[in-house]
Structure formats: structure tokens, C-alpha cells
Design a protein around this ligand. Structure first.
Ligand code: NAP
Length: 298
């Protein structure tokens, strides 16, 4: 029987620890950790994600402030807000909810975020530290995946890991984190030739292509571990309802694998949890509190 890597359960478990960490240290810091979330425009999925982040912050005791800007604002307005938050003593973490409307230069905005407050781990200073395998804020989805694997003692060192996708958000930082943990990594993308054959060599296969049901059992080695990062809302056959699915055709793959992440309830909740971890990590650093979170930062 294959093992479900239950991201929801693990995220609730980590949240309990985070709550304790905050209440233990609040007296010294004299305030709770603070997170600012910048959302631009009306992308409905972003609305759902921001809501989830706000609720998760409330559960553990992080004060979150949402800046919901109209898409009529300009690049300079957003840069000014980021700058203000960079110097705001009550803000430990800040993120720009992606995607933002195309007229904005998202990479330039992320570059403006103070690296110590860059809780998405996407600023080039934090990415640079990841390349050098130095401690820093780590991007949330990759760090969440690694914690999910570690929680079930799934070995990474020496394993053949294939990552499908090379985005700045998921594929690239994830590949670097796994490389730092001594795995042998193959990174694949839309121009990869013979993806199926490469995937079939993987001890751990991680799908982050953003293509619904791309991976069926013919891509998967018997006894492999499969991590599904993709998240898609598809219309059900009667078109009146929608359902969530990932990049992996799970019902086809599950009988063949040692372990798998479900969608929903796998990687998604861990992404939010890592945002909380990064925010508390930054707060602990600011107040010179000894960090209790190093184990969670790959
Ligand atoms: P992205 O920026 O669109 O990148 C997708 C990557 O997959 C690209 O590198 C692309 O190759 C590659 N790709 C696309 N089609 C492919 C194919 N047929 N074969 C092999 N590679 C292919 O997406 P992303 O931001 O990395 O996100 C990927 C998925 O994860 C999306 O479904 C997203 O919604 C989901 N996601 C989930 C979470 C979560 O918390 N669960 C967090 C972040 C993202 P090229 O570089 O050649 O274009």
C-alpha cells in the first residue's frame, strides 16, 4: 500500500509548534511577528491564496496586514509601498502575491524587498545564498516539499530526483535545495526530449509543470515517490461543479508508488506553513531570539 504524504496534517502539527514559539518569545519581543501581503488587481485565485495566508497567520498569532492595491496603481507606487514596509519596525516579513498584472515588473519589485523580510525567498540575495548553501530565507513551496519528505523519513541523499519545471518560484530553488541535500538532480522543462524515459529513472519524481494530469503511471518507476506540485481547478463532467487536480493522474499512479502527495492537501498547505516559518524566523532574528526553526529551513 502506498503512503499518503499528508501535507495538511503536517502543517497543523508545525503550526502547534509555531504557536508555542510565538507565545514563549512575545514577552521579550514585546510584540507578535508581523507580515505584510501586497496584492495587486483582482485575480480570483490570488484572492483565495491571500485569504488562506491571512487565516493561517491568525491561527498561530502572526499579525498580518493585507495591502490590496487596484491595478490602476503604477510601478512606482508599489515600489514606494515596499520601501515603506522595508523600514517599518513592526513588519518582519513581506510578500508580493504573484501573479500581478503584466504591466508591472515583478522581478524588479521583488528585488526591492529587504532580503531580511523576503519571506517568499525570491530576492536575488536569498537565491544567491541558496546557491552557496548558506542559511537564508528559503522559498516556501520547495522548502515545504522537503519538510514533507523528511517528515516520513524519505531519504534524499544519493537519490535520483527528477524535477519537472524550472521556474524561479518552484523548479529552480527546489533543485538547488535538493542538490544541497546531496541528491542527484535532473531538471526537466518544456523543451526536454523524452521526458517519460527520464522520469522513469527517478527515485523521487516531482511534477511542477502546471499541466493537469501530465504524468500517468507510464512516467513512474515502480516503488518511486511522487510529489505533485501542480494545482488546477477543472470543470467536472456535468460542468456545474469544479474539482481540483494536480499535474499527476493520481488514481493511475498510486498503485505503483511507495508514497505520493495528494491534491489538495499535499504541497499546498506546506507552502503556507513555510511562509509562517519564514516570518517567525525573521522576527526571532530581529529580536536576537535563538531560532527554533533551523531544522525547517533546508
Ligand atoms: P510556471 O512558471 O508556469 O513553470 C512551469 C515549468 O514547467 C516551466 O519551467 C516549463 O518549462 C515546465 N513545463 C511546462 N510544460 C511542460 C511539459 N509538458 N513538460 C515538461 N516541462 C514542462 O509554473 P510554476 O509557478 O513553477 O508552478 C507550477 C505548478 O505548480 C502550477 O500548477 C502552479 O499552480 C503550482 N504551484 C503550486 C503551489 C502550491 O503551493 N501547491 C505553489 C506554486 C505553484 P519552460 O521553462 O520550458 O517553459
Amino acid at each position: 500500500m502506498s503512503l499518503k504524504l499528508d501535507g495538511k496534517a503536517l502543517s497543523l502539527e508545525i503550526e502547534e509548534k509555531l504557536k508555542d514559539d510565538i507565545s514563549l518569545n512575545e514577552k521579550i519581543a514585546k510584540r507578535s511577528p508581523g507580515l505584510a501581503v501586497i496584492r495587486i488587481g483582482e485575480d480570483p485565485a490570488s484572492g483565495v491564496y491571500v485569504n488562506n495566508k491571512e487565516k493561517a497567520c491568525a491561527r498561530v498569532g502572526i499579525k498580518s496586514i493585507i495591502y490590496h492595491l487596484k491595478d490602476s496603481v503604477g510601478q512606482k507606487d508599489v515600489e514606494q509601498l515596499i520601501n515603506k514596509l522595508n523600514f517599518d519596525d513592526d513588519i518582519d516579513g513581506m510578500l508580493l502575491q504573484l501573479p500581478i498584472p503584466e504591466k508591472f515588473d515583478d522581478q524588479k519589485l521583488i528585488s526591492n524587498i529587504n532580503p531580511d523580510k523576503d519571506v517568499d525567498g525570491l530576492n536575488e540575495k536569498n537565491i544567491g545564498k541558496l546557491v552557496k548553501n548558506e542559511p537564508a530565507m528559503r522559498s516556501c513551496t520547495p522548502a515545504g516539499i522537503i519538510n514533507l519528505l523528511k517528515s516520513q523519513n524519505i531519504a534524499i541523499e544519493g537519490k535520483n530526483i527528477v524535477v519537472i519545471g524550472r521556474s524561479l518560484l518552484v523548479g529552480k530553488p527546489l533543485s538547488l535545495m535538493l542538490l544541497n541535500l546531496n541528491a542527484t538532480i535532473t531538471v526537466t522543462h518544456s523543451k526536454t526530449i523524452n521526458l517519460r524515459k527520464i522520469c522513469k529513472e527517478a527515485d523521487i519524481l516531482i511534477a511542477a509543470a502546471g499541466k493537469p494530469n501530465l504524468i500517468d503511471s507510464s512516467f513512474v518507476k515502480e516503488g518511486a515517490v511522487i510529489v505533485d506540485v501542480g494545482i488546477h481547478r477543472l470543470k467536472s463532467s456535468d460542468k456545474s461543479k469544479t474539482r481540483l487536480c494536480g499535474d499527476v493522474l493520481l488514481e493511475d499512479v498510486i498503485p505503483k508508488v511507495l508514497a505520493y502527495t495528494p491534491v489538495p492537501g499535499g504541497v499546498g498547505p506546506m507552502t503556507v506553513t513555510m511562509l509562517l516559518v519564514n516570518t517567525i524566523f525573521s522576527w526571532q532574528k530581529k529580536f536576537g531570539l535563538s531560532s527554533t526553526l533551523n531544522d525547517l529551513l533546508p
